[in-house]
Design a protein around this ligand. Structure first.
Ligand code: BES
Ligand code: ZN
Ligand code: ZN
Length: 507
């Protein structure tokens, strides 16, 4: 990850390869921008006049080789109208500017936290939040995954930005900045962990790999990790999770991460993640086109592990348990077939009418296992249905659950982090449609019921327990969610949403 530090300095005499200056939307330069404009003999006001730059969000303008500043280059980045300024806008602007700086082969750049954007309107704690958004935007945007490029190829990779210095207007901001940078770094690291796990192909990121990764993460922080293997699952009667994994040569894993930041007797929040490390569909085989993308079917697991990593590093004073149900869904002589009936850990029997609806099977046993913790609430994260892409595209995850105050707070966190969620219904007609003729439940509804994402949730509800529970379907947001601070591929969606939720959770 890019190194981020701070140094209070005068923008005219600050030495750097490139000085990034966030600018509000206005008709002509004012404040720091005006001072710099004068030093540049009106080059900036000229750009405003020609409407080449107006400070619109994410608009950029690069001045190369300017002699009158100590900075070698100057990069303006718009943040829109000051009255509308949010951490999200700052995060995106910082991401846009950092990417342009990296694309211009700069290695060491600085960003001036000028008064018009940061000091005047950002009084008190808001200053820290905005500064953290600058660091977060840059850190998240500059994500690269080169593990599979051979050494020779690595030599020819494009140049990478190495260092970003935040430059406050006064020294008095130092303490706030130190805190903001440290916080942002922990969040970015956790999102990068989640993205890495999803980026790895199925032949690396197996259930065993996820388990080892979780153990390694736990050793580095105040988290404990235990992993249940096939034998323990058999003892517990986890027939649903074992059923999914039966067609694969990779052994399944139930990964349990425990973090106690509050008194041990306080009921924890349990986060459950779908960790299907590759989803071929099983005997109900998926079509070939884009099947490679199904390596991302463990994005819920990645977000769960990333969230536990972040809350431990941020030392949140809460209790959180992460449970990952990891298995590979393959067609094989031993694989489950349509029509097979599995007995879940809860005792409920499930008629498997489609082996491609495997996420709800692995989650069923993980949700039952979660009951051991007598949780205060349960959240599951899963790339569960293609239907959520039909409903919401890549723009929001679906939230479906049993408790309206929990959903409302998740929606608020979704707005604050721009990891949006949108509620879909959980009507009793959907629950009825999960009843099987010969077993307790069936894993897909009869043709014509529709509402694929709600149906997935209705099935899970049978295993979710009595406490508040919310299912988050991230099949659309985990991948291909294009934003200045989200590069192509895995988004790491869910980590920032859940950190915000857990930090701000009202009882
Ligand atoms: N992993 C898929 C869902 C998915 C689809 C994730 C697209 C990401 C992108 C899931 O296991 C699945 O195959 N679901 C089926 C359910 C159906 C058989 C009821 C689906 O959505 O088609
Ligand atoms: Zn599937
Ligand atoms: Zn799946």
């Amino acid at each position: 990850m890019i190194k981020i530090n701070q140094k209070s300095d005068n923008p005219l005499s600050h030495k750097t390869e490139c000085l990034i200056l966030p600018c509000p939307e206005e008709r002509k330069p004012s404040g720091t921008l005006k001072i710099i404009d004068e030093a540049l003999n009106g080059a900036i006001s000229g750009a405003f006049k020609n409407k080449r730059f107006e400070g619109k969000p994410n608009q950029t303008l690069l001045f190369n080789g300017i002699g009158s500043l100590k900075a070698d280059n100057l990069l303006l980045v718009g943040v829109g109208k000051t009255k509308d300024l949010t951490t999200e806008i700052i995060c995106k602007a910082s991401a846009s500017a950092s990417k342009l700086a990296e694309g211009s082969n700069f290695k060491f750049v600085s960003i001036y936290l000028n008064d018009s954007c940061f000091d005047k309107i950002a009084k008190g704690p808001r200053y820290g939040e905005l500064a953290a958004a600058v660091a977060e935007g840059a850190g998240l945007a500059l994500y690269h995954f080169d593990d599979y490029k051979s050494l020779n190829e690595k030599d020819s990779l494009p140049s990478r930005l190495q260092n970003l210095t935040l430059v406050p207007t006064t020294r008095t901001r130092q303490a706030a900045l130190t805190k903001a940078i440290a916080r942002a770094q922990k969040i970015v690291e956790a999102v990068h962990s989640a993205r890495d796990l999803v980026s790895h192909p199925g032949n690396t990121a197996t259930p065993t790999y996820l388990a080892n990764y979780a153990k390694k993460m736990a050793r580095k922080s105040k988290v404990t990790c235990k992993v249940l293997g096939k034998k323990e699952m058999e003892k517990l009667g986890m027939g649903a999770l074992l059923g999914v994994s039966r067609g694969s040569h990779e052994p399944p894993a139930l990964i349990v991460l425990e973090y106690f930041g509050a008194a041990k007797n306080k009921a924890p929040t349990v986060i459950v993640g779908k960790g299907v490390t590759f989803d071929t569909g099983g005997i109900s085989l998926k079509p070939g086109a884009s099947m490679d993308e199904m390596k991302m079917d463990m994005s819920g697991a990645a977000a769960t592990i990333g969230t536990l990593q972040a809350i431990a590093n941020l030392k949140l004073k809460i209790n959180v348990i992460g449970i990952v149900a990891a298995a590979e869904n393959m067609p094989d002589g031993l694989a489950i077939k349509p029509g097979d009936i599995l007995k879940s850990m809860s005792g409920k029997t499930i008629e498997v009418l489609n082996t491609d609806a495997e996420g709800r099977l692995v989650l069923a046993d993980a949700l039952t296992y979660a009951q051991r913790y007598k949780p205060k609430e349960v959240i599951d994260l899963a790339t569960l249905t293609g239907a959520v892409l039909m409903a919401l595209g890549h723009q929001a995850a679906a939230v479906i659950g049993t408790n309206s105050s929990m959903i409302k707070q998740l929606q608020e966190s979704g707005i604050a982090t721009d990891e949006r969620v949108w509620e879909l219904p959980l009507w009793e007609e959907f629950e009825k449609a999960t009843k099987s003729d010969i077993a307790d439940l069936k894993n897909i509804a009869s043709p014509g019921v529709g509402a694929g994402s709600s149906m997935g949730a209705a099935f899970l509800k049978a295993f979710a327990g009595e406490q508040p529970w919310t299912h988050i379907d991230i099949a659309g947001t985990a991948w291909g969610y294009d934003k200045p601070y989200i590069p192509k591929g895995p988004s790491g969606y869910g980590v920032r949403l859940l950190i915000h939720y857990l930090e701000n959770r009202k009882p």
